[in-house]
Design a protein around this ligand. Structure first.
Ligand code: P5A
Length: 444
């Protein structure tokens, strides 16, 4: 993409409404634009990151055996009368009437809608287990939308719903979600800690939140330092294997880790003092096992082999997809701007042409651009006529991990420079005909 042809509305000044780094940097780098409180348009750069995160989530859900669907944003209120949650949800739920006077709502979550889909088609234990998921916009009329996409009113959520014949199988679904979420966060380059959580309006009695540690996080967290050393790493997961998943989940849920809602001072103080950590975190996901809460009230039942008819066991599992964009920036930025982990960066590399009117610099920049594109890289080419300083500062701001610098001096010596955004390190690369040295460096 030639920057001169792109739509990247970078702001020079810090927006006064932004109180935390991610909000400020998303506005400044032209990723989002607020349309009203807690509601945003996603501009090209922001949308690219959102889609990269979405794709990683989809890949990991499919790897865990979960099935993608797409449910609507608008739901009929009748379903929520059946589950008796219509009143519970209060003012957070945006309600309106259609032209026929039917009460509708913009979905804050989809337990009712998916239970209705399920009960319409599935009647036998033979069809279980199943987990359906989608990634769709949600609306919650939050009292205090703030921090940009962190606490929005309209936000993008991955929500999955598991249907099982008994509790053992439902807990296995819970474990599949916990592990596939841990893998997802690791692929995003984030450390997210599962913490014992309250269930709030979703219900049930077994739940974990996933928290990314950050000083600007809205949740207060208490944990045993040991848990922050755990990771899945490269280990292959067999999602069908009950005992294997149980032992991994056991490993991640044994050290003390709780938010203030479930914090137990007596238990916390049993941890050796040097390992006790009190801090703040961003909730990037939550999983729930709630048994028959919705299937009882909405009549979602199945026939067993012995002819008995029972309500299905359910759980729901969510990831805050748009919130993750903010969490990633909170975890990866410096004074100059964003520093994207390669897995979610909007571009693989940017070519910065330091002398736009120089014939040789132009020719070489374009050659590099075409060659990298032909090799499958997604490259941004900064071909603007701006000053060198302006180019460097705006490219540092938008945070692409590798900057390929093409300048008249280097070119005359047959050299390119690569600057790594994460540590500022610069290396010289020979400007060969097939650019193999550059291509190898970008593959690292
Ligand atoms: C689980 C999936 C649920 O709604 N029902 C379906 C369950 N869980 S949840 O914890 O309430 O939400 C899941 C994740 O969505 C993100 N989130 C938000 N992101 C941005 N702005 C908001 N206002 C907002 N509210 C929730 C969080 O990451 C949460 O973990």
């Amino acid at each position: 993409m030639y920057l001169s042809k792109y739509f990247l509305p970078i702001l020079k000044e810090n927006p006064s409404e932004a109180q935390i780094a991610s909000h400020r940097l998303m506005l400044r780098s032209g990723m989002i634009k607020q349309s009203s409180a807690g509601i945003y348009s996603w501009l090209p750069l922001g949308l690219k990151v959102l889609k990269k995160i979405e794709n990683i989530i989809i890949e990991e859900q499919i790897a865990a055996g979960h099935i993608p669907i797409l449910m609507p944003t608008i739901q009929p209120a009748e379903l929520w009368k059946e589950s008796k949650r219509l009143d519970d949800y209060g003012k957070e739920m945006l309600r309106f009437e259609d032209r026929h006077g039917r009460l509708m709502l913009y979905g804050p979550t989809n337990e009712e809608l998916v239970t209705d889909i399920f009960r319409s088609y599935i009647t036998s234990y033979k069809d279980l287990p199943k987990t359906l998921f989608h990634i769709q916009w949600k609306f919650r009329d939050e009292v205090r939308p703030r921090f940009g996409v962190m606490r929005g009113r309209e936000f993008f959520m991955k929500d999955g719903y598991s249907f099982d014949v008994d509790k053992r199988s439902a807990i296995h679904a819970y474990n599949r979600h916990m592990i596939s979420y841990l893998r997802t966060y690791e692929r995003l380059g984030l450390k997210a800690i599962p913490m014992k959580a309250d269930t709030g309006p979703i219900g049930g009695d077994y739940s974990h939140e996933f928290l990314v540690l950050a000083n600007t996080g809205e949740s207060q967290v208490f944990y045993d330092k040991e848990i922050s050393n755990l990771s899945l790493g490269e280990q292959k997961i067999d999602y069908e294997n009950y005992s294997n998943l149980e032992s991994i989940v056991h490993k991640f849920t044994t050290p003390y880790a709780r938010t203030d809602e479930t914090h137990d001072i007596d238990l916390f103080e049993k941890i050796p003092e040097a390992r006790r950590v009190e801090g703040r975190g961003i909730e990037v996901g939550q999983i729930f096992y709630f048994g028959t809460k919705y299937s009882e009230s909405m009549g979602a039942k199945i026939d067993l082999a012995n002819g008995k008819r029972i309500p299905i066991e359910m759980g729901s599992h969510g990831i805050g997809v748009s919130r993750l964009v903010g969490a990633l920036i909170e975890a990866n930025h410096d004074e100059q701007g964003i520093i994207w982990p390669a897995s979610v960066s909007p571009f693989d590399a940017v070519i910065i042409n330091l002398k736009q009117n120089d014939h040789l610099c132009n020719e070489i920049s374009i050659k590099i651009y075409n060659m990298l594109k032909a090799n499958g890289f997604d490259v941004l080419y900064d071909d603007r006529l701006d000053s060198v300083g302006a180019k460097f500062s705006s490219m540092d701001l938008i945070g692409i991990p590798k900057q390929i610098i093409v300048g008249p001096r280097g070119v005359s010596e047959g050299l390119l420079e690569i600057k790594f955004r994460n540590n500022g390190q610069r290396i010289n690369i020979p400007l060969s005909n097939n650019l193999i040295e550059l291509i190898n460096e970008l593959k690292k």
